[in-house]
Design a binder for this molecule. Structure first.
Ligand code: AMP
Ligand code: ZN
Length: 483
C-alpha cells in the first residue's frame, strides 16, 4: 500500500507520489530564534521529524530543509530591548534550538539555511517579481507584493484557504508579517529601514532595509529544492498568511507550480487552554526537563496524537508516557536478555520453526513491521501504529512468560523493533549501556555478596538507586534496570 497524506492544497487525502522518486524534497518552516522553543513548537517539529522518518522508512531519499528565521519583526524588537547585536541574540536561541532538537531525538535536517545568509537570493527574487510587474516600491520605501497584479496574471491568491475575493474588501497594504485573512492586502517583501531597526539592515536596490518574513522562506526553499518540490510543512497557524504568501511569491516569480503537498500540523493546547505565560501553562522543553521528564518521554507524548488533531498536553499525560515507555523497555530488555542468554528450552530453534511459531495462534505478531507501515500509510495514523506496537508488546511478553520464544524469534523480534523504531525514535539503549560507574557499582555489589558482606551489598544497592538504577536479581544473575 502506498502512503496517503492529507494535502491542505486539495483538502483531501491523496496518494503520495513525489515529483522525481525516489527523491523527495521537503521543506519545514523552522524556528524563529527569538526565544526558547515551547512545547507547541516542538509538537510541529516532531511532526516534521515523523514525516521525514516515515518517508525514509519507506525507502525514499529525502532532502529535509529547515530554515532558521534569524531576522524578522519580533527578533528586531527583542534585539532592541536587550541591547544586543542581532547575531549575539539569535545565536543563543539557535544553539538552544539545536540542543533541544537532539534531546527530542529529531534527525538533524540535511540543510538548515539562515535568512541573514540569503539576502542576495531574497533581493534577486524581489527583483524578479518587480520585473514581472507583481511587486512595487511604495512611497514609504518598502517593496510590496501586489495581489491585484498577481491575480491579473491569472494566478490564484489564497490556494490553501480558498479565499473568496468577491466577499472580501481587500485592504491597501500591510507592512507587518502577521495579519488576519479578513484584511488581505499587499504585503511587504522588503521593509525600508526605520529608526527602530537599529543597525539591522542591508543595502538593496531600494535602499537600506531588511526582508519580510514570507520572502525568506520562498528564497531559501526554491534555492535549495528548486522551483517545484514535493512537501512543505508547518503548524496550522502558518497557512495564512505565511504559506499563502510563499505560494504567491514563488509562483509569481517562477511561473511554476511551487509545492505538490502541503502538510499542516494542528496546534497543541496545555491543560485544555492555549498556552500563555499569564495562565502559567507555558512550557519550553527546558521547563519540562527541569521537572524531571526526559526527552524520550516528551517525544513519546507528542507522538501519541494524530497530527491533524488538536493535542491536549498535560503533565499527567506525560507521566503516562513514562509508564508506556517502561512497558516497552521491559519487553525489549527481556528480548535482549533472551538473545544474549538463550534458555535451554528454546535455544537452537531454527528460523523455519520460528516462522511456524509466528504464524500460529499464540505467535508473536510477525507482521509488526507490515501492520505498523500500513497504519502510517493511512495519513500517519499514529494511534493505529501505537496499537500494533502495544499488541506486539503484549504478545511478546506472553510468549516470554510461557518460555516459548526461541532465540531466533527473539532476534527477529528485535530486528522488527529496530525497523519501526527508526520511525518512532523512542527506543532506549540496551541496559548494558548503563554508565561505566553504574556497572562498576553493580560489580562491587556482587563482590560484596560473594564475600557475604550483605551490609555493604545493600549500601551499594541504595547508592545505585540514588543514581536512578535498580538491580533485579534474576535466575540468570543480577540485571540493571533504569527507574
Ligand atoms: P515560530 O518559531 O513561532 O515561527 O513557530 C515554529 C513552528 O511552531 C511553526 O510551524 C508554528 O506553526 C508552530 N507552532 C506555534 N505554536 C504552536 C502550537 N501551540 N502548537 C503547535 N505548533 C505550534
Ligand atoms: Zn516558512
Amino acid at each position: 500500500m502506498g502512503l496517503k497524506l492529507f494535502n491542505t492544497l486539495s483538502r483531501s487525502i491523496q496518494e503520495f507520489a513525489p515529483l522525481a522518486p525516489p527523491k523527495v524534497g521537503m521543506y519545514c518552516c523552522g524556528p524563529t530564534v527569538y526565544d526558547f522553543a515551547h512545547i507547541g513548537n516542538w509538537r510541529t517539529f516532531v511532526f516534521g521529524d515523523l514525516v521525514r522518518r516515515t518517508l525514509e522508512f519507506k525507502g525514499y531519499a529525502v532532502t529535509q530543509v529547515m530554515n532558521v528565521t534569524d531576522v524578522e519583526d519580533k527578533i528586531i524588537k527583542r534585539v532592541r530591548e536587550t541591547k544586543t547585536s542581532l547575531s549575539e541574540f539569535t545565536g543563543k536561541y539557535e544553539a538552544a534550538f539545536f540542543e533541544d532538537l537532539k534531546t527530542l531525538n529529531c534527525l538533524l535536517p540535511h540543510q538548515t539555511p539562515h535568512a541573514t545568509e540569503h539576502i542576495a537570493e531574497i533581493i534577486a527574487l524581489i527583483e524578479k517579481l518587480i520585473a514581472r510587474g507583481i511587486a512595487y516600491q511604495a512611497a514609504d520605501g518598502s517593496v510590496y507584493f501586489s495581489i491585484e497584479k498577481y491575480r491579473g496574471c491569472g494566478c490564484t491568491y489564497g490556494q490553501l484557504l480558498k479565499l473568496n475575493f468577491d466577499e472580501m474588501r481587500a485592504g491597501e497594504r500591510v507592512k507587518s508579517d502577521e495579519y488576519a485573512k479578513e484584511s488581505v492586502a499587499d504585503f511587504a517583501l522588503w521593509k525600508a529601514r526605520v529608526p527602530e531597526d537599529g543597525d539591522v539592515c542591508w543595502p538593496s536596490p531600494w535602499g537600506e532595509g531588511r526582508p519580510g518574513w514570507h520572502i525568506e522562506c520562498s528564497a531559501m526553499s526554491t534555492k535549495i529544492l528548486g522551483p517545484s518540490f514535493d512537501l512543505h510543512l508547518g503548524g496550522e497557524d502558518l497557512i495564512f498568511p505565511h504559506h499563502e504568501d510563499e505560494i504567491a511569491q514563488s509562483e509569481g516569480a517562477t511561473g511554476k507550480h511551487f509545492v505538490k503537498y502541503w502538510l499542516h500540523g494542528a496546534h497543541l493546547l496545555v491543560e485544555g487552554k492555549k498556552m500563555s505565560k499569564s495562565l502559567g501553562n507555558f512550557f519550553t522543553l527546558r521547563d519540562l526537563l527541569a521537572k524531571g521528564f526526559t526527552g524520550r518521554e516528551i517525544r513519546y507524548s507528542l507522538l501519541t496524537a494524530h497530527y491533524r488533531e488538536t493535542f491536549n498536553f498535560t503533565l499527567e499525560g506525560l507521566s503516562g508516557a513514562r509508564t508506556a515507555l517502561a512497558r516497552i523497555d521491559e519487553c525489549l530488555g527481556k528480548l535482549r536478555e533472551a538473545v544474549g542468554a538463550p534458555n535451554s528450552d528454546s535455544a537452537g530453534t531454527d528460523v523455519s520453526s520460528s516462522q511456524q511459531h509466528a504464524d500460529s495462534e499464540i505467535g508473536v505478531p510477525n507482521d509488526l513491521v507490515a501492520r505498523f507501515a500500513a497504519a502510517l500509510d493511512d495519513d500517519l495514523n499514529i494511534s493505529a501504529a501505537w496499537g500494533t506496537v502495544f499488541e506486539w508488546v503484549r504478545e511478546t511478553n506472553r510468549r516470554l512468560a510461557e518460555n516459548s520464544l526461541s532465540t531466533a524469534e527473539a532476534t527477529v523480534a528485535l530486528t522488527e523493533w529496530d525497523k519501526i523504531d527508526s520511525v518512532l525514535g523512542i527506543g532506549a539503549p540496551p541496559a548494558a549501556d548503563a554508565p561505566a560507574e553504574v556497572v562498576a557499582l553493580l560489580e562491587a555489589r556482587q563482590a560484596a555478596r560473594k564475600a557475604k558482606d550483605f551490609k555493604r551489598a545493600d549500601a551499594i544497592r541504595d547508592k545505585l538507586k540514588a543514581k536512578g538504577w535498580v538491580i533485579e536479581d534474576t535466575p540468570k544473575g543480577p540485571k540493571l534496570k533504569k527507574i
